[in-house]
Design a protein around this ligand. Structure first.
Ligand SMILES: *Cc1c(COP(=O)(O)O)cnc(C)c1O
Length: 357
């Protein structure tokens, strides 16, 4: 399918942020976007790059009423050699299609989606920041647009990709976060939609996260929905714990989002010959390891932060300091290695980096 391109006119171009040290995350979008439409009788049609603008949908659009929405998050980088690259984009679009299947939405052609994304990025390449740690965040999204009231899968969808420069996640080094172990509210149950990157999961997580924030915590650590016993994930990150010298992460099991940073971290830990276990890990085991001084590190993994060290875990009213409240050795090594590969400073033995220019 041919991707048509309509460039923004001079009066549609937005001023680019002057200060790369203050980009923040998720507030700035570039001059263009990639879109395509779907109708069940036609399939996907009209892939196009257009000026970034408001989109118009009917008030009866089914996404608004019944929540058929999925999204992805990945990044483009200005490499040290001046080229532009993406990190594991095929894995993101594979996951997008898995989310689509779970939500009864149409899958996209992965090659077309990557080509459209790359054309968009190249058209807006001047927006990619160059300072260390900065990148271009990419947000592929699909919504049900058919105007209809009544619960069933929609017959019309809009796919779009918007992009925007984002700052170095950690301005003053990697600051360990305080996490609150949530033992009442749940994010996702086995058999539910936790493994899909779909809007409703995040709406469902807000209440507990706001309560935790009000108590001074950065994030909520979710436990499994059935028993409130096993650790699952944190906010929009997968969780890893280092107990003695073993790196441990929860299995996916249908309620945990299959993070691409999680997968990259597992691969590297294995490459380095470290002891690694993917297994159900109870919060009691984590807390008793923390009390015995055997919990050496805890960290989250996700595209936005890459690695987010945990400095404190609070469970049932008791605070447990992890790694002396500092960034642990393995957390630091993973952060350094993954970002070095992303920015083209180090060899990429697993073929994760795709050069688009
Ligand atoms: C996106 C996301 C992650 C991290 O996935 P990455 O592919 O590593 O960015 C983890 N958990 C949840 C709930 C997420 O939405």
């Amino acid at each position: 399918m041919e991707i048509s391109i309509v460039k923004a006119g001079p009066d549609q171009l937005k001023p680019k942020p002057a200060d790369e040290s203050n980009l923040g995350f998720g507030d700035i979008f570039t001059d263009h976007m990639f879109l395509m439409n779907y109708e069940s009788a036609k399939g996907w049609f009209n892939p196009r790059v257009e000026p970034y603008s408001k989109i118009s949908i009917e008030p009866a659009a089914m996404a608004i009423h019944y929540g058929q929405e999925i999204f992805e998050g990945l990044k483009a980088y200005h490499g040290d050699n001046g080229g532009i690259s993406l990190f594991r984009p095929r894995d993101n679009y594979d996951r997008f299609n898995r989310s689509a299947r779970r939500m009864c939405m149409p899958e996209v052609d992965i090659d077309l989606a990557i080509t459209g994304t790359a054309e968009l990025i190249l058209l807006d390449r001047e927006w990619i920041p160059k300072s260390p740690g900065t990148s271009l965040y990419i947000r592929p999204t699909m919504i049900a647009t058919e105007p209809h009231l009544g619960v069933r899968p929609a017959k019309e969808y809009l796919f779009f990709v918007i992009i925007g420069p984002v700052g170095a996640y950690y301005k003053e080094g990697l600051n360990p976060v305080k996490i609150y172990v949530e033992d009442f509210y749940v994010r996702a149950a086995r058999g539910g939609t936790g493994e899909a990157k779909t809007a409703g999961n995040y709406a469902a997580s807000l209440f507990a996260a706001e309560e935790a924030k009000a108590k001074g915590f950065t994030q909520v650590l979710w436990l499994d929905a059935a028993e409130h016993k096993y650790v699952e994930e944190v906010g929009t990150m997968n969780m890893f714990f280092v107990i003695d010298d073993t790196v441990i992460t929860s299995p996916l099991g249908g309620s945990v989002l299959a993070g691409i940073t999680r997968d990259s971290a597992i691969q590297l830990v294995r490459d380095w010959g470290m002891k690694f276990e993917e297994r159900a890990l109870s919060i009691d085991e984590v807390i008793s390891a923390a009390q015995d001084g055997r919990l050496k590190e805890a960290f989250g993994t996700g595209t936005a932060a890459v690695i987010s060290p945990v400095g404190q875990i609070t469970y049932k009213g008791k605070d447990h300091i992890v790694a002396g409240g500092k960034m642990g050795e393995i957390s630091q090594r993973l952060y350094d290695e993954i970002t070095a590969i992303q920015y083209g400073k180090k060899k990429d033995p697993h073929g994760w980096v795709i050069h688009i220019d």
